[in-house]
Design a protein around this ligand. Structure first.
Ligand code: AMP
Length: 194
């Protein structure tokens, strides 16, 4: 059973490629950003906490995120693989994910990093802001999110490089071409598992 993390800066295409990966490899796609936006939409207590951080481009506190993921994994059938999108975003979350996977009888097959330069990310996110309706897709918040990514999220890569599950693909160009490159990497991960 595959359990994957799709990783990369805001605007790198995690969501777009995540949907395609989840479909091809029959995985449950879980995006913490989507779960938080749903929580905000439904006016839950977690949503209220999350909103103040999301609107500033900051990360929602680790304990809120880890609780949400624990509840999500608890409900999922044990034979269904997971694609984590937007999680983990701090080393503390990566360590917590390790514990959650063990608690739920799973292990991580690979982390797939999408590489995109900052200039391209800003262009994509500003463009997305024109139609996404997201409160954090404006130029000021985008800059903050990229700073937060470099300071708090990038160190997560070293954590997984040390574990030997780090994979990387260029996230620039045609969506289908990027997906083909991703599949080449993931097919090898699948082969290694059987
Ligand atoms: P995303 O949809 O993945 O771009 O996430 C949007 C926003 O939700 C982020 O800028 C954070 O404020 C928050 N968020 C999503 N996932 C996490 C996470 N794993 N840890 C902390 N904050 C998160």
């Amino acid at each position: 059973m595959l359990n994957l993390v799709i990783f990369g800066p805001p605007g790198s295409g995690k969501g777009t490629q995540g949907v395609k990966i989840a479909e091809k490899y029959s995985l449950e796609h879980v995006s913490t950003g989507d779960l938080l936006r749903n929580a905000i939409h439904n006016n839950t207590a977690e949503g209220m906490i999350a909103k103040s951080f999301i609107d500033k481009g900051e990360l929602v506190p680790d304990d809120v995120i880890i609780d949400i993921m624990d509840v999500f994994m608890e409900k999922l059938p044990i034979d269904k693989g997971i694609l984590f999108d937007g999680f983990p975003r701090t080393v503390a979350q990566a360590e917590a994910l390790n514990g959650l996977l063990i608690d739920h009888g799973r292990s991580l097959s690979a982390l797939l990093n999408l590489e995109v330069e900052n200039e391209e990310l800003i262009e994509r996110l500003v463009l997305r802001g024109q139609t996404s309706g997201r409160s954090d897709d404006n130029e000021e918040t985008i800059k903050k999110r990229l700073e937060v990514y470099e300071a708090q999220t990038l160190p997560v890569l070293d954590y997984y490089k040390k574990k030997g599950v780090y994979k990387s693909v260029k996230g620039v160009g045609d969506i289908e071409e990027i997906f083909t490159n991703i599949c080449q990497v993931l097919d090898k991960v699948v082969e290694a598992e059987v």
